[in-house]
Design a protein around this ligand. Structure first.
Ligand SMILES: Nc1nc2c(ncn2[C@@H]2O[C@H](COP(=O)(O)OP(=O)(O)OP(=O)(O)O)[C@@H](O)[C@H]2O)c(=O)[nH]1
Ligand SMILES: [Mg+2]
Length: 339
């Protein structure tokens, strides 16, 4: 297990003081986006830790309740509390106010699992990169595609959108509208067309005209798992045939406001397609931001992006330190000193 301080090369200052060195504008976005979670479960956490003068079973029960409320997920929370108990016992910790740092350390471990998790997309500008977007209706797929198109366009990529949701009425127009707003090109066919033929056309165009990144929208009909599986298999096959080695990523979009239901969807998608990363949308709209830890712990899939609002710029490459900073911002001041 990588301990936070080991991860940072033996820094002995502790988590809070690390934030002196962080990108402040990014921190502000995370802080703002995690406002509801911080005001909810994590405000209670601070009250509990500040209000207690000893560490006992009562305190652990309260912590368990708080973490479950934050949607970290029962399974993850139960193990997490066990590890906290062990740590407290092994290190002979008696002061509850010391617990916050240990909690952050442990959350960091849950997320990293001894690896350095890379949130950047597996794309190389010298290649043609195809990224497939999956997820159920209304989770924020199309909006996220637009946001990622915007992000990569800013980085100098020539981006093409493929309107592969040919099923839902209005989906093609919605993506076309975003393409116009972002200033990127789109390939679309008539409603009802075979999605894999849209991907075929888009990738063929991308190869002929030197695009770097093709972002493929899909329809999310999880209600009919067999159909969806067949459709995704076909899409994957066609993409791989026209652009060998692709898709380089299959990103599953999950709506953070749906809580544990989002976890169930994630499990279902992970069974039918090779999900390489998660886009967690609408974190700004939920008090249950702990789902980040549940997804990573129970599914092993890294979070690649988080959605923090409805606008084009409201998407961030996921950064576990910034995330924890956002959750625990009320525990320390802007210089990283503990409050
Ligand atoms: N607050 C907030 N709203 C978001 C975010 N991402 C998406 N939304 C909103 O969620 C709604 C649905 O987004 P879409 O992008 O249309 O979702 P979709 O998954 O493509 O939906 P279908 O095409 O119906 O499958 C829209 O109103 C978006 O503005 C986010 O990060 N924060
Ligand atoms: Mg859509």
């Amino acid at each position: 297990m990588v301990k936070l301080r080991e991860y940072f090369g033996g820094i002995s200052m502790g988590f809070f003081s690390l934030f002196k060195h962080k990108d402040k504008s990014k921190s502000e976005k995370y802080k703002l986006g995690l406002f509801k979670t911080r005001e909810g479960a994590f405000a209670t956490l601070k009250e509990v830790l500040d209000g207690k003068n000893k560490i006992d079973d009562d305190l652990f029960d309260s912590l368990e309740e708080i973490f479950i409320m934050a949607d970290i997920g029962v399974e993850t929370v139960v193990n997490f509390i066990d590890e906290l108990k062990d740590e407290v016992k092994n290190k002979n910790i008696t002061d509850p106010s010391v617990l916050s740092e240990i909690i952050i350390d442990k959350m960091f471990e849950i997320y990293l699992k001894g690896e350095v998790v890379n949130a950047n997309l597996n794309v190389k500008k010298e290649n043609l990169n195809v990224v497939l977007f999956v997820g159920v209706n209304g989770v924020g797929k199309t909006t996220s595609i637009a946001k990622i198109a915007h992000m990569y366009k800013e980085q100098g990529y020539k981006v093409l959108l493929a309107a592969g949701d040919t099923f839902r009425a209005g989906a093609i127009e919605q993506l076309a509208e975003w393409a116009k707003r972002v200033g990127v090109d789109i390939v679309a066919k008539n409603a009802g067309s075979d999605p894999s033929s849209v991907m075929y056309d888009a990738i063929t165009k991308a190869k002929q005209e030197g695009y770097d990144l093709v972002l493929c929208d899909t329809a999310g009909r999880l209600q009919n798992k067999a159909n969806l599986m067949a459709e995704l298999q076909k899409v994957n096959k066609v993409i791989g045939e026209v652009a060998p080695g692709n898709p380089v990523e299959t990103l599953l979009t999950i709506d953070a406001t749906t809580g544990q239901n989002g976890m169930i969807q994630a499990k279902a998608f992970a069974e039918i397609t090779n999900v390489s990363g998660v886009i967690l949308t609408k974190l700004d709209g939920t008090a249950k931001g702990g789902i980040v830890l549940a997804i990573r712990d129970q599914l092993g899939i890294p979070i690649k992006f988080i959605g923090l609002g409805e606008k084009m710029g409201d998407l961030e490459v996921f950064d576990i330190e910034q995330y924890l900073y956002g959750l625990f911002a009320d525990f320390f001041d802007e210089n990283g000193n503990k409050r």
